[in-house]
Design a binder for this molecule. Structure first.
Ligand code: D61
Ligand code: MG
Length: 305
């Protein structure tokens, strides 16, 4: 099920050691199910909010079920009893970490169902709920497995914010074109410096403003890089290190590709398969991470006039 719902994370989760691999896999599937509820625009708010808030309780219920989502996410929701069953077989320490994060993420998602992302503080707060908390939970799981020291919450949070903000930037067009209209996560405080309406960024006559706004968003995401490098430099276990480093390198690679690139407003901008394969094959040490971050940062520098 993990490989069906996650193209990218399935691979890096798979290479963790058995105990931690099971816990992280269940953690992923629980949060993906929660996110499927959040993202399903056909569920009325008064039905959705209580489910988000109580989700952390449902994972203890062997036969709890809520049908929603589409394609592979619908299958995940229909077969959720397998996830609860596996969750109940995890060690107590893992269970408690997963429950705590699910509870806080569900409450944060509920808060933002009725609230738009206006300021950059809102943007950081929303990204904290949906991705920063994943970082906090993973750090807890790494610590519980006995392989790592417990990381600082602020550094764990930045690991998630860097990944989430990269997704939000790359997915502008996909999200703005969604029918029925999906929610948008670019903060008004940033885009309103360039256009009157967020959707104006996609029209050809606003190309110059659009790229300026995009560069502002990429620069905002890059503020988390220093924390991410600190977080990764403190890891000891080689498989945990790769699990953390590969998504981070993919993220800075994606930002380098997006920077100053009008194609973000025209179609899909994605790293090429060959480059992805290289990152997966060649990420082993902190020196590899510094090298990749340096190379991608150098690609961004000359792109600006
Ligand atoms: C180290 C390694 C992996 C990390 C990390 C530190 C810190 C944080 C994260 C992974 C989470 C990064 C999330 C980035 C991708 N964003 C999404 O998938 C959005 O949904 C967010 C809510 C559900 C999060 C589920 C998740 C994701 C990755 C995990 C995990 C749980 C558990 C373990 C390992 C990795 C996004 O999804 C739709 C989309 O991207 O199109 C959304 O709805 O905004
Ligand atoms: Mg979501």
């Amino acid at each position: 099920m993990l490989h069906k719902v996650s193209r990218s994370f399935g691979l890096v989760i798979q290479q963790l050691d058995t105990d931690l691999r099971n816990a992280v896999c269940i953690f992923y599937l629980v949060l993906r199910a929660l996110d499927t509820v959040e993202d399903d625009t056909s569920i009325p708010t008064d039905v959705k909010v209580p489910i988000l808030i109580a989700f952390h309780k449902h994972i203890y219920e062997r036969d709890w079920h809520f049908a929603c989502g589409s394609k592979e996410y619908k299958v995940l929701m229909d077969e959720f009893h397998h996830v609860s069953k596996a969750f109940l077989e995890l060690e107590k320490g893992y269970q408690e970490a997963i429950e705590d994060i699910t509870k806080r993420m569900g409450a944060g998602m509920a808060k933002f169902i009725c609230k738009e992302v206006e300021t950059s503080d809102d943007y950081d707060e929303y990204c904290h709920y949906v991705a920063g908390l994943v970082g906090l939970g993973l750090s807890k799981l790494f610590h519980a497995s006995g392989s790592e020291d417990l990381a600082l919450d602020s550094l764990s949070n930045s690991m998630g914010l860097f990944l989430q903000k990269t997704n939000i930037i790359r997915d502008y067009l996909e999200d703005i074109n969604e029918i029925p209209k999906s929610r948008m996560f670019w903060p008004r405080e940033i885009w309103s410096k360039y256009v009157n309406k967020l959707e104006d960024l996609k029209y050809e006559e606003n190309s110059v403003k659009a790229v300026e706004c995009l560069n502002d968003m990429v620069t905002n995401a890059l503020t988390h890089v220093e924390d991410c490098l600190k977080y990764m430099a403190a890891l000891r276990d080689p498989s945990i290190f790769r699990f953390c480093a590969i998504p981070q390198i993919m993220a800075i690679g994606t930002l380098a590709l997006c920077y100053n690139n009008i194609e973000v407003f025209r179609g899909v901008v994605k790293m090429r398969r060959g480059l992805t394969a290289k990152v997966i094959d060649r990420t082993k040490t902190m020196a590899d991470v510094y090298g990749a971050f340096y190379d991608f940062a150098c690609m961004m520098k000359p792109k600006k006039l």
